[in-house]
Design a protein around this ligand. Sequence first.
Ligand code: GLC
Length: 799
Amino acid sequence: MSQDKARVGANAYGHFEEAAREYVITRPDTPTPWLNYIGEGRYGGIVSNTGGGFSFDRDPRNRRVSRYRYNAVPDDQPGRYVYLRDQETGEFWSPTVSPTWHRPDAYECRHGTAYTRIASSYRGIDAEMLYFVPLSPVDEPAPCELWVLKVRNTGKAPRRLRTFSYFEFSLYDAQNDATNLDWAQHIQYSEFGDGVIRVMTKFNPLVYFFGSSHKPTGYTCVREDFVGRGRDLSNPIVVESGSPADAPAPRGNSVGSLTHDIELAPGEERQLVYIAGCTVRPAEIDRVVKRFSSDAEVASAFDALRDDWTAYLGRFSVDTPDADTNAMLNFWNQVQCRTTLYWSRFVSGYETGMGRGMGTRDSGQDTLGTMHTVPDHARRMLTQIWEMQFADGHTHHQFFPLTGEGGPGLAGEFPRWPQWFSDDHLWLILSVCAYLRETGDFGYLEQKVKYVDHAEETVWEHMLRAVDFTLDNLGPHGLPRAGFSDWNDTMNVDHGSGKAESVWTAMQFCRAMLDLRDLSAKLDRPAEAGRFEGIHAAMARAINEHAWDGAWYKRAFDDDGQPLGVSGAEHQAIDLIPQSWSVLGEVAPPERAALAMASADEKLNTRFGLALMWPPYDGADERIRGTSTYVPGAKENGGIFCHANTWSVAAAAMLGDGETAYRYYRQILPLARTDSDVYKAEPYTYCQNICGPTHPSFGLGRNAWLTGTAAWTYVAATQWILGIRPTYEGLRVAPAMPSGWQGFKAHREFRGTAYEIAVRREGPGNVVSLVVDGRPVDGDVVPLPAPGTASVKVDVTIK
Ligand code: GLC
């Protein structure tokens, strides 16, 4: 069914290679560093296409392993580097091109599933660096990363090379490392012994280590010894001179630089493995270094990593007529979903890993993209977030994974304004219900979880308190108070008068009530189902009475009770998300739903996606604060917020308009952006935002990797366009696909059974007929098969 897939996502800098499941970057000078992640959400880090990036263990703020200078010149440094020096000529270069930035004879970077391979050739030497973090048990005492260097002599004469690694250690506390130099520079020091550099302090049991598979012939531990005065990482004195310092670091800036001598006969290839990591049990270091000094162990660790990802990716795959869609849904989108589940919005090329921690709202939504692949992890994440809930029902906005500490995030800077967010706690209801629909694990509702300020209760009771928080905090129109913000972090209209309300939160709340109604019905609790249905109806009535503007829904009411998002307003006359959520929350009567969506399309849509609102603010406006701090067309101020686009995809599909849903889906599909010099961001992961039509850089993608776009676009595409949705009764198949599609195939694992789905279009509509294992079934839900059923064949025709 698919088109030619050889060059999916091709642009001037690379392409996706489906057979290898790697994005292949063919030039080092990408418009921005194109990043990947290594690790399983514990020890790991980011790595760019030229080896830039850094490592941390679980928490990039509180346990930073190595440094990265954000927003510096030169950019994307330091990283995990090796220098090769020709001992005959003294010439040196780096296999990752950075930091020497010589002109390689050949270069290629392959970003794969939690690994990156960078290969280049220079003057008869082929070199390759492979970076990954071996899978490890959760309680592994000395987690580590591996850099596997291969060098090969492609010439006719023997070559003598000297290699120097470079890994710049941070103080474990990244904030103090950057700001409190007087302290930080006098507490960390390093030692060298048995071929391993150990970096430590006198008071924290944590030790960083840097070793290798072969006995080094020298080492350098002090950054200034390595680089030299008036130099930088492109021409460090140790490499230029060929002479390591062979001294530990008594203080100051510690680096991991090991020197090795490699002689290569013509055609000969050698492998050298670097092993870097951290531990609070230093006695473990020798074991780990010894283990990965074996090439066989390294190879089997890499195989295990790939197998894990193959299994992860194998739970849902599709074959549609659109090769870009296939590549995203089968690969990159799912990789991004797992990465956001790991790191929320904590650490990326844009988030320094120092500030915000994990987001309650963000991680709550991130689980939605991984329910079918790693439900246990999703459940653990939800539980961790429930622990951030207060007895009144609201939650901390952010938390730090290593310490468990929570906080109000940006709201803390505005102590006179609400310290809670109107949406955080409600996402958890949506996610728990999604988890239960996927897994049927109703026992989760009975799990006891503590509150921040109260003894433990069941997850079900946590959900009830979340409902109560919203009901206890309604404004004058009966809509939820806005709080410090709703989903739009920068819409800070609630300054405490009690009059500011979020129309959007009201709609999100409506969705949560319907999810709880359905769950209660499933649990055979009709009274509760009736209660939630009633709350939904009352809230929908209030929205329709007070928040309909004539051709679209209003966005909010400010602290004076004045509406935002109304026709004729100078700024923010129309906002995208109440239009889509009027559908998702089942708030809008059919004619209003259609009109609201059409208005959003007319006023907000562009070829790069739907702007979040229009017209943008042009200068600080105290009424809304955050949004108006951005220049017009940037981020929430009229930019294209990709996350919000995904809701329009789902809403259009929910209304049965597969054409529009797919159009919106394609507009922000990164692999379809071939204009990399405009888009600039990685073409394989979704961006948080794209500069909007009023911005001079219209079309520029920003903040790639960590965005709710990952989970929601996956949900929108698979559950709404393809229509494959878990329900309590079974797997629903109700596509709303574009008219040009004659069908698609999908493999979907659901509660232990593999569903082999084939959809065929026989008419222009969305009416589904199901044949399950050869037998016609009424409706669009494939009933749950007998436990233990290995696979089910589902033939779907659409008319
Ligand atoms: C950022 C925040 C997220 C918020 C969104 C819209 O992505 O991480 O929490 O919902 O911006 O403001």
